[in-house]
Each structure stands twice: as structure tokens, then as C-alpha cells.
Design a protein around this ligand. Structure first.
Ligand SMILES: Nc1ncnc2c1ncn2[C@@H]1O[C@H](COP(=O)(O)OP(=O)(O)OP(=O)(O)O)[C@@H](O)[C@H]1O
Ligand SMILES: [Mg+2]
Length: 135
């Protein structure tokens, strides 16, 4: 198990986080489709950090287990938080005039999706993609 932490503080960090996640997924032997799913998800979540919280962190953990490999990514900030998570996860909900497709899109792209948010304290989204190994 290997963990990397990337600070998100500006637009260039979105690219760095996306690339780092893709590299980790590739190193774990994940398919191109899985690499893209997790990288696209991290793009959306870090874009939200820049847009709504200003800064935050991305923690990437690659796991090799007996029957499967997994990449887990935790995207966290101490920004304003989300008042109504149910609403924020709905297609088309946006407080910034965006498409409102970021969070619901990510939820559909990954296998594991957990969001925790406390208004005034911040938001943490944890996602994972795994691949079964046939032995
Ligand atoms: N990290 C965050 N901190 C605070 N609020 C957030 C955060 N991420 C999302 N939100 C809130 O949830 C809403 C929905 O987010 P989502 O990413 O789905 O859509 P969007 O960012 O508005 O538009 P899009 O991502 O399609 O350009 C946002 O408009 C914002 O109000
Ligand atoms: Mg968004």
C-alpha cells in the first residue's frame, strides 16, 4: 500500500492530481477505461475545490490485495461545505451557474462514493475503483 498527498491550490494542481492518479492506476495494472474513470473523477472533484473552497488536498492510495487491486482517492477541503448533499448530488444542481454534473457524474463513474460535508467546516469525498485479478 502506497500513499501520496497532493496539495490543491491552483489550476495547475488539477492537472498534477489527475496525472498522478492516472499513473497510480496504470502502475496497478488497471485498464485504460479505469484509469480514465478515476482521473476524470479527480478532475471534477479538484475543480470543485478550486471553485468553491480555494484549496485542499488529494490523497491517493494504491492497494494490491490477493484477488484485486484498488485505487482509493480522498479529496478534501476546509471550505464552506455543502448545505444539502442530496440536492448537490442531483443532476443539474449548481450554485455557480455550472452544469451541475460534477458530483453526480463522479458518483456514476466510480464504484465507491462517499461524501461528507459540514457547512462552515469543509467537504471530503472518498472514491475508489478496483479491479479483480483472475488467478
Ligand atoms: N468542495 C465543495 N465545497 C463547497 N461546495 C461544493 C463543493 N463541491 C461541490 N459543491 C456544491 O455542490 C454543487 C454541485 O457541484 P457539481 O460539481 O455537481 O456542479 P458544479 O460545480 O456547480 O458544475 P459543474 O461541475 O458541472 O461545472 C456546486 O454548485 C456547489 O454548490
Ligand atoms: Mg463541479
Amino acid at each position: 500500500m502506497d500513499t501520496a498527498v497532493i496539495q490543491i491550490d491552483g489550476l495547475a494542481d488539477i492537472i498534477r492530481a489527475r496525472q498522478s492518479v492516472r499513473d497510480t492506476a496504470h502502475a496497478l495494472g488497471m485498464t485504460l477505461a479505469d484509469q480514465t474513470r478515476i482521473a476524470t473523477s479527480v478532475s471534477e472533484l479538484t475543480r470543485n475545490i478550486i471553485q468553491y473552497a480555494g484549496k485542499g488536498t488529494v490523497t491517493i492510495t494504491g492497494e494490491k490485495n490477493k484477488g484485486y487491486v484498488r485505487i482509493r482517492v480522498v479529496v478534501s477541503d476546509n471550505g464552506p461545505g455543502i448545505a444539502d448533499i442530496e440536492e448537490a448530488l442531483g443532476d443539474g444542481f449548481s450554485t455557480s451557474g455550472g452544469l451541475g454534473m460534477g458530483l453526480p457524474g463522479v458518483k456514476r463513474l466510480v464504484e465507491d462514493f462517499e461524501i461528507k460535508s459540514r457547512p462552515g467546516h469543509g467537504t471530503t469525498v472518498s472514491i475508489a475503483v478496483s479491479r479483480r485479478l483472475w488467478v
